[in-house]
Design a protein around this ligand. Structure first.
Ligand code: PLP
Length: 405
């Protein structure tokens, strides 16, 4: 995962993350020269507020793991991490070891949890870099114990329980219990947490998973385990099921202001805006085609604007014939097949549009632009996929809409 994060001046003076500060100064040595008009703007104030609001919702006795996998859902993990940590995150959680190692380079002391599994051969590296690993087999527990012994310092682990999602985790049965109990005898492992994940089908199935989880935790505690963090809830569950917050919640989508279909309420706002500028305008006559295969032919004489973004930036190609952008506060349809790096927009409803005009690809819904929810509905997917697929290519710019006092 390459970072194209451009750190704004206000990110640099960080109290505790001196290595981060150095790095971001170096990375922004090209100054503010923009090499391309297609950019992703991220409001760090929104992320800070969202994090603070989540913290307040769950209260002082519940820790919040900020989930920054997939480059922080496209927002740029290295750049948003300081904001999350300063706003109350107790740890950063990612999916893969590669994601954790990149963060470790910049945040030497931050607790980092990998929620997915790591290949056997990489366990030792993870332990050496003090990455907290998810363990769901006695086999890996033993390998990690050996690695930690060689390193001379214990490895932190969270035990994963499969309470019904059937993705990863020790089975919720006597075999699972026996294997987990055997972990207690591995002196170089320090079991910091135990967790499971909800399928979120409905209240009854969630409750069943929660009860299975509590039961296995209780049996392990009776057998001498003690867990600092017992955790189950993601963004949706942490809002809707206060009971399932336990010792820690794992907040992903919500910290970026991507609200799920919650029954409950927490105040969050979308942090990300994807925008570009018109780079070319062509006048065409009724009946002329645009882009590959001429799938769109102008129904009237019109002007077509070219926008320098395409599916290689992470915009869904299947939005052909459906996508809209906002130019001068007017919704304009994308026309013709979306190319890898460029696409075309019908300027019929903004006849005064000029080269250099901003086109909001998606934003928070203001200026008539679609928000991420709308784009995901049009593309037939969910909000997380829309942002997780944003590629490294569009440069990220970070700003604060609210100035610190
Ligand atoms: C991605 C992930 C989360 C965060 O999910 P959101 O719905 O984005 O909050 C939590 N837990 C696990 C195990 C995950 O993989």
């Amino acid at each position: 995962m390459k970072t194209e994060s451009t750190a704004p001046p206000q990110l640099r003076p960080s109290r505790s993350e001196s290595s981060w500060a150095k790095r971001s100064a170096a990375e922004s040595s090209e100054g503010t020269l923009s090499l391309r008009d297609t950019v992703i703007k991220i409001d760090l104030s929104a992320i800070a507020e969202n994090m603070v609001n989540i913290r307040q919702l769950v209260g002082p006795d519940v820790a919040v793991a900020a989930v920054v996998k997939a480059n922080a859902y496209g927002h740029g993990a290295l750049a948003v991490a300081p904001t999350l940590l300063e706003s109350g995150a107790s740890m950063l959680a990612v999916a893969t070891l590669g994601e954790a190692l990149e963060l470790r380079d910049h945040f030497p002391d931050c607790p980092l949890l990998v929620m997915g599994l790591v290949p056997d051969a990489a366990l030792s590296l993870a332990a050496a870099r003090k990455i907290t690993l998810t363990i769901d087999s006695l086999h890996q527990a033993r390998l990690l114990n050996e690695a930690a012994k060689k390193l001379g310092h214990p490895a932190l682990i969270h035990i994963k329980i499969d309470t019904g999602f059937h993705r990863i985790g020790f089975p919720c049965n006597e075999d699972g219990l026996r294997d987990i109990n055997a972990i207690k005898d591995l002196p170089w492992l320090q079991t910091e947490g135990i967790f499971s994940h909800l399928a979120l089908l409905d209240d009854a199935s969630n409750r069943l998973q929660y009860e299975k989880f509590c039961q296995i935790v209780k049996r392990l505690e009776e057998n001498g385990f003690s867990f600092r963090y017992r955790h189950l809830a993601d963004s949706i569950a942490l809002v809707d099921y206060p009971e399932y917050r336990m010792d820690m919640v794992r907040a992903g989508a919500l910290i970026y202001g991507l609200r799920g279909f919650h029954k409950g309420y927490v105040s969050v706002r979308q942090a990300l805006t994807f925008e570009t500028k018109i780079c070319h305008i062509t006048s065409i006559q009724k009946g002329e085609g645009v882009s590959y295969d001429y799938t769109w032919k102008a129904p009237y004489d019109t002007k077509v604007g070219t926008l320098p973004f395409g599916y290689a930036d992470g915009y869904p190609r299947n939005l052909r014939g459906k996508g809209v952008v906002s130019i001068r506060g007017v919704r304009c349809p994308l026309v013709g097949v979306l190319c890898m790096d460029q696409c075309m927009v019908d300027l019929h409803d903004v006849p005064d549009a000029e080269i250099g005009d901003i086109a909001i690809i998606y934003g928070d819904g203001s200026d008539a632009a679609p928000d991420i929810q709308e784009i995901s509905t049009l593309a037939g997917t969910n909000k997380n996929e829309i942002v997780a697929r944003l590629s490294a290519r569009p440069q990220r710019f970070y700003y604060k809409s609210v100035i610190d006092r």
